[in-house]
Design a protein. Structure first.
Length: 159
């Protein structure tokens, strides 16, 4: 598995994987799926967009971008998506490790996750294993697809 910067010909697979997570309604705040056009614009506007690829197939991706501006512009944020049929193969770990390296390379000093859903235990264990620190819990900070409000856990890690 190789993690690399995305290319325009990756967009159909990237958009499909991203939309799979959006449709599940249990991890990303977005409610609207990307089209090929909106996906191209969305991924291009990030500081960096990486994909996990093997034998010509995209298995996952991440976006990296500033979390804020000005005096907090040194803090970045990221989101990760792995194809449903590829979960459990440690692709997420490879994406997070590459994201950490790219965050440093892009001059960021801190990587912060604003809204990790509390029930996303696999992601939370991965982040903690990689040195991320949970900042607390925001009660009812995420609205699931079902309409239920659940807790979110912000995390950060110095780069």
């Amino acid at each position: 598995m190789t993690v690399r910067q995305y290319k325009p010909n990756d967009l159909p697979e990237m958009t499909a994987i991203w939309n799979e997570v959006v449709k599940a309604g249990d991890a990303f705040p977005q409610e609207e799926c990307l089209t090929e056009e909106t996906g191209a614009a969305f991924f291009a506007q990030q500081s960096y967009t990486g994909v996990a690829e093997e034998n010509g197939r995209i298995f996952g991706l991440y976006i990296l971008h500033p979390n804020n501006v000005g005096r907090c512009g040194h803090i970045c944020n990221a989101s990760y998506a792995v194809a449903g049929d590829a979960r459990g193969k440690h692709i997420g770990e490879q994406l997070v490790l590459d994201c950490i390296a790219q965050g440093r390379a892009h001059g960021f000093r801190i990587l912060q996750f604003n809204a990790v859903v509390e029930s996303n235990v696999h992601a939370r264990h991965l982040y903690e294993r990689l040195g991320f620190i949970q900042l607390g819990t925001i009660r009812g900070g995420f609205r699931m697809k079902s309409g239920e409000y659940v807790n979110i856990c912000p995390y950060y890690r110095e780069l």
